[in-house]
Design a protein around this ligand. Sequence first.
Ligand code: S3P
Length: 173
Amino acid sequence: MSPCTDSHIVLVGMMGAGKSSVGRALARRLDRMLLDSDEMIEAREGRSVREIWMDDGEPVFRELEAAVLTDAIASPTPSIVAAAGGVVLSEANRTVLKSDGAYVVWLLADVDLLLERVRNGMHRPLLDDDPEGTLRAMYAERADLYQDVADAIVSVDHRSINDVAGAVLRCAG
Ligand code: S3P
């Protein structure tokens, strides 16, 4: 069975790895829906990620992140899922990611590239202070976790969004 036709393709990776952009390209190419974790949370709550984070704190945000991941993977139509960067921190989420219905691709990026990309965007309160130190520490903490859930790893360095999408499809096909 081809994961392309039967499973959700789930993109995981650090902030700035391009999960949403590559997800949009994949959704177009496969004519699938894109389920973007942060967008799902914002639509559900009627508030921005930053507002949720500031008003209610990280634990509440992480609960919402887990809920939308479970809903996305449970949806019957194979979709493209752009999971939020922190989704691998929870063991329960990692179990969901390892389930049969999800083909998980880790978009692997050099921290220098991530740093360039995260300069824009308001939905990353974790990076408000010392983005470089935070990203490097996060990468050290999370790399093994991304690896643990990944069915495939695709490097995004020196590649366009379309090239990365093509590489994901070659893995998943
Ligand atoms: C986070 C990643 C962000 C957003 C929040 C926390 C993380 O999403 O969910 O700021 O902990 O890595 P992206 O991965 O889409 O940037």
